[in-house]
Design a protein around this ligand. Structure first.
Ligand SMILES: [Zn+2]
Length: 79
């Protein structure tokens, strides 16, 4: 798929040393539990996401497309 290919290319081109964007999500992308600023975070594609536990963080990093939109927003927060 062309869109997927373009997205992968952009991800590779992004400098890895760049600071990850801080998390803004209010729900765990994986289990959809409420998260707060004190929750731990997982970094995916140069962006941080708050998660309830390291298990959800690992699940998110393993299969980000399952939980995140192409623009990086959290699917769980969309109606
Ligand atoms: Zn969770």
């Amino acid at each position: 798929m062309l869109r997927a290919a373009l997205f992968s290319l952009a991800a590779i081109a992004a400098p890895s040393a760049e600071q990850a964007k801080p998390a803004t999500n209010i729900k765990d992308p994986v289990c959809k539990m409420a998260v707060t600023a004190k929750s731990m975070t997982a970094t995916v594609r140069g962006r941080e996401y708050r998660v309830c536990s390291k298990y959800c963080g690992e699940a998110l990093q393993k299969d980000p497309d399952k939980y995140l939109e192409k623009d990086g927003s959290v699917k769980a927060e969309k109606k």
